[in-house]
Design a protein around this ligand. Structure first.
Ligand code: GLA
Length: 411
């Protein structure tokens, strides 16, 4: 008996000794399940840059609801760079700019919440944000507590002024800090694909930017004098069409905030929107709602296209074929449906004459196929919202320069 007691005692001592210094395990990883379909909302940057203020944000929230945008699924109002004062306070806390937000950030957030919407803020993994406001480097846990206290729902976290910083570590630290602060906040990584975020971002964030900034043009590259480029929407699609298998529910490839309603014409805006839906990209509008035309509103709230984007399979589409600038993009949808977008990349009109039987679809990344010799699909035109025959016959149509036709195939 004495022997038994002694060995039990020794055993427990050894166990305690072994575990000493290693008893605290931090809970890590993002809040799961916050973005099972691509997030939808509005972000201030594309139109307003740092010229944001309380009145504009409230008006935007009001219009989000009154215009039908909220009913169509847009629910995040995100303030990008420029919401802060230039210095932290004496406690080291971030300070919302008192001139831009005289009523205080908390009151603004409460207002947005009272409209049934969600609210997001921006900061940066570096020492300063891209526009020179206080960055989060070294203040991750303090800033996470600040956001949780404000009751925000979304944090966009950028990558300026990060020389010498390791990206997975920096984003991982902020993700853990948000988790520790306890409020479920969608974590939107914005390292532009510099360190191939799609290879390491899944346990850390709910969505991630995959490129440098978008530019409101179809296919151009805009070279900034400081030696970096912004990209037309088709440049981004083309650049990142091959990383589709890294995207999916709760870990989205983010093709950037949209430029619909900004400087392109309605045809190009329509193509831009269609491609964001085909790519299962987050749909974050970037236009001035107060000046939104009814055409822009109709594009952004097209229910059929949004259903393609929000499909629960959450698969990024791919390019099936391209012939002399006439491209066919496809996206597998739930229930055996497919979305198909014909896109005219050229400057001249094109005639579509598409023989389904000669163009079976095979998605090698996700294991879906459609063989039109075996299965006949009904066709629905998603822009006209009407039936358009079946896959028994060739699909024929005229397509203007830079225009799209998006259809749904239903078996
Ligand atoms: C970077 C981001 C943009 C925007 C600006 C703000 O360029 O990629 O989306 O947030 O910073 O300064």
């Amino acid at each position: 008996m004495k022997k038994l007691l002694l060995s039990l005692l020794l055993g427990s001592m050894t166990f305690q000794g072994f575990s000493q210094g290693n008893v605290y395990k931090q809970e890590t990883g993002k809040f799961e399940g916050l973005a099972m379909t691509p997030p939808m909302g509005w972000n201030s940057w594309n139109t307003f840059a740092t010229n944001i203020d309380e009145k504009m944000v409230k008006e935007t929230a009001d219009i989000m609801v009154s215009s039908g945008m909220a009913a169509a699924g847009y629910n995040y109002i995100v303030l990008d760079d420029g919401w802060m004062a230039k210095e932290r306070d004496s406690n080291g806390d971030l300070v919302p700019d008192p001139v831009k937000f005289p009523g205080g950030m908390k009151a603004l957030i409460d207002y947005v919440h009272s409209k049934g919407l969600k609210f997001g803020l921006y900061n940066c993994a570096g020492t300063k944000t891209c526009a020179g406001y206080p960055g989060t480097r070294g203040c991750e846990y303090q800033d996470a507590r600040f956001y949780a206290k404000l009751e925000i729902d979304f944090l966009k976290y950028d990558w300026c002024n990060t020389a010498g910083i390791n990206a997975p570590e920096a984003y991982g630290t902020m993700s853990n800090a948000l988790k520790k602060a306890g409020r479920p906040i969608v974590f939107s990584l914005c390292e532009w694909g510099d360190t191939q975020v799609w290879n390491w971002g899944k346990p850390i964030g709910n969505l991630w930017r995959i490129s440098g900034d978008i530019y409101p043009c179809f296919d151009c590259e805009y070279k900034h004098p400081e030696n970096w480029s912004s990209w037309g929407f088709m440049k981004i699609v083309e650049m990142r069409k091959d990383i589709r298998k890294f995207s999916g529910p709760d870990h989205w490839n983010d093709f950037d905030m949209m430029e619909v309603g900004n400087e392109m014409n309605d045809t190009e805006d329509k193509s831009h929107f269609a491609m964001w839906c085909m790519m299962a990209s987050p749909l974050i509008a970037g236009n001035d709602f107060r000046k939104m035309s009814k055409e822009t509103l109709a594009i952004l709230t097209n229910k059929e296209l949004i259903a393609v984007n929000q499909d629960k399979l959450g698969i990024q589409g791919f390019k099936l074929s391209a012939e002399e600038g006439l491209e066919v993009w496809v996206k597998p949808l739930s229930d055996g449906n497919w979305a198909v977008t014909f896109l005219n990349r050229t400057d001249a009109p094109k005639k579509i004459n598409f023989d389904w039987k000669k163009n079976p679809i095979k998605d090698v990344d996700f294991g879906f196929e459609a063989d039109f010799n075996k299965t006949v699909f009904k066709i629905k035109d998603l822009w006209k919202n009407k039936e358009a025959g079946t896959t028994k016959k060739n699909f024929t149509a005229d397509l203007a320069s830079h225009d799209v036709i998006t259809i749904r195939l239903i078996p």
